[in-house]
Design a protein around this ligand. Structure first.
Ligand SMILES: O=C(O)C(=O)Cc1ccccc1
Length: 282
């Protein structure tokens, strides 16, 4: 049976690069696979939640810009997705354009994460250029043929794929730019070094967040990330997304998760998984 892997498209995105790395792992195990590009991150996740695809590979956090909010929000909403693996991909942005020189550029298109990761570079070298968000780094490339004074931030892989000229490279604001992707499916996750969960609080009162956090501290469980997102019910009310070091089959983590139910309103366990560092050529 062919395993279908959904990712943000069109072809050439960083998400596709992470999906290819995952596909290669499955192929080494003798699995048949097929990649399926989707126009947005929510559509990629819904495809798996609705059973249209079996696996989704989506960005969750970038070392410069932080969380991909839409991924966290959809994980909470969809409820059924479990993390199978985390992939950390180095990100090297280039500026692509048919323009002859940088100073003729008027607009630059890209995914909001890519625009944000290069904002200092644009402030310094192209302060008057208009930055326009697109659904993905490769969707941005569709503008270049018709708009000769437009640029797009994408990868060198995408430049080669679409045969587009590179106007500038090394444009990320910090050299160690990398993005963490989650590999998700509806199957329950297995084992690994990390566990991710999210919860809402029973009441907005002093100390409400201390209690769930103490559950981990008392058991010497290290948290590797904590992120809040609005509940969207009322201003100032939040959901908390937590990554912890440990597997949910480990007895300390297991008992922490049990006790956590007493200090949270809704608790969602997204599963335990391994973290794999990819290199640029993956
Ligand atoms: O648009 C893409 O190529 C994506 O996969 C989203 C993204 C954008 C910038 C850095 C990492 C992921």
């Amino acid at each position: 049976m062919t395993v279908s892997i959904a990712h943000l498209g069109p072809s050439g995105t960083y998400s596709e690069q992470a999906a290819i790395a995952y596909r290669d792992r499955l192929q080494q195990e003798g699995q048949e696979t097929a990649l399926h590009p989707y126009p947005s991150i929510p559509q990629t996740l819904k495809a798996v939640a609705q059973g249209e695809a079996q696996i989704a590979v989506v960005p969750v956090e970038n070392s410069i810009e932080g969380s991909v909010a839409v991924t966290l929000d959809m994980m909470w909403l969809l409820d059924t997705l479990q993390i199978q693996l985390a992939l950390v991909l180095p990100i090297a942005h280039v500026l692509l354009s048919h323009a002859q020189s940088l100073d003729t550029l008027q607009v630059v298109y890209s995914h909001p994460q890519a625009l944000a990761q290069c904002q200092l570079w644009f402030t310094q070298f192209l302060p008057h250029v208009q930055l326009i968000p697109t659904n993905s780094t490769t969707e941005a490339l569709q503008h270049l043929e018709r708009e000769k004074t437009a640029g797009a931030i994408s990868s060198l892989r995408a430049a080669k794929l679409y045969n587009l000229p590179v106007l500038a490279s090394g444009i990320s604001d910090y050299p160690d730019n990398c993005t963490r992707f989650w590999v998700l499916s509806r199957q329950s996750s297995t084992v690994g070094s990390h566990t991710s969960l999210a919860f809402s609080l029973p009441a907005n009162v002093p100390g409400a967040l201390v209690k769930p956090l103490q559950v981990f501290a008392q058991r010497n469980i290290n948290l590797s990330r904590i992120e809040s997102r609005p509940t969207k019910r009322s201003l100032g009310e939040y959901l908390y997304f937590i990554d912890l070091e440990g597997d949910s089959h480990n007895s300390a983590v297991e008992s922490a998760l049990t006790e956590l139910t007493a200090h949270t309103e809704i608790l969602k366990n997204f599963g335990s998984y391994k973290v794999v560092l990819l290199n640029q050529n993956n």
